[in-house]
Design a protein around this ligand. Sequence first.
Ligand code: GLN
Length: 306
Amino acid sequence: MMEIILNEAVDVGRSVLKDGSVATYIPELAKADPSALAVAYCGLDGRVCSAGDTGTKVTVQSISKIASLGLALEIRGEEALFSRVGAEPSADPFNSIMRLEMRAPHRPQNPLINSGAILILSLLPFNDSSERLDAVLETMRRMSGNEGLRVNEAVAASEKETSDRNRSLGYFLRSVGAMEGDVENILDSYFRQCAIECVVEDLAVMGATLADGGVNPLTGRRIFTERNALILRALMMTCGLYDGSGDFAVRVGFPSKSGVGGGIMGSVAGRAGVAVAGPALDERGNSIGGIRVLEELSKTLSLRVL
Ligand code: GLN
């Protein structure tokens, strides 16, 4: 039954793929297949069901910001973090620098835009970039229950070579005293966490972990406190699709986080993780077919939380 529903949603999603295009500002991402589209559902009983082009591998990109933020919340606590970064939606693109300069004390608007995510990494208690990356990768492995998650080094290197904007954000944050530490070292772990590769089922289990109050329903392990899982879902709801978050709330209506690799990880508290992988993006950098699939599933499975 669930498979039929998922298959139908993928068919609906395929009809809008022609209006999207794959990310090209990271050259390695331009190699992705724009016609690929897959969906997965993970209930809180730990059962995973998927449909479409389920072999499609995507790099998590901005979805990794949930793992690094969750880890930072666990280690540093909510008060320490939110004295350094805001928790308000931003109407600007994910890599915008404008608002950061306009208002003192120059705090990033939220932890899910690039400036906020880079700052969050600087607050983790690691000086070594690979130790920092390992901690984020381990968090993502625990969230997904997949010990095999790895960094796609070609994508990480490609982003590093073309990272003028993220480098600008990092150095700007340090120049105004908002961030401390070695910017290049922090960015190295940022690029590598964005390049962690997964399939759609991994994203669905990650979403289910957040839906289950921080406990992975596959492994039974607690990854985040209930409070921190709630904070992550709340920020996904308000900021998870950047300047597309309001429109997404109307169309889909449950907390989700997108990435320019084409993944979207959704989380319906008390019910399920729902995820899509489809590298063709809309003009805001969100999976165009993926959003259409989630809109359809939100209706057929009554997943809306609003
Ligand atoms: N690695 C990407 C970047 O920093 C992540 C952006 C995204 O997925 N929206 O540009």
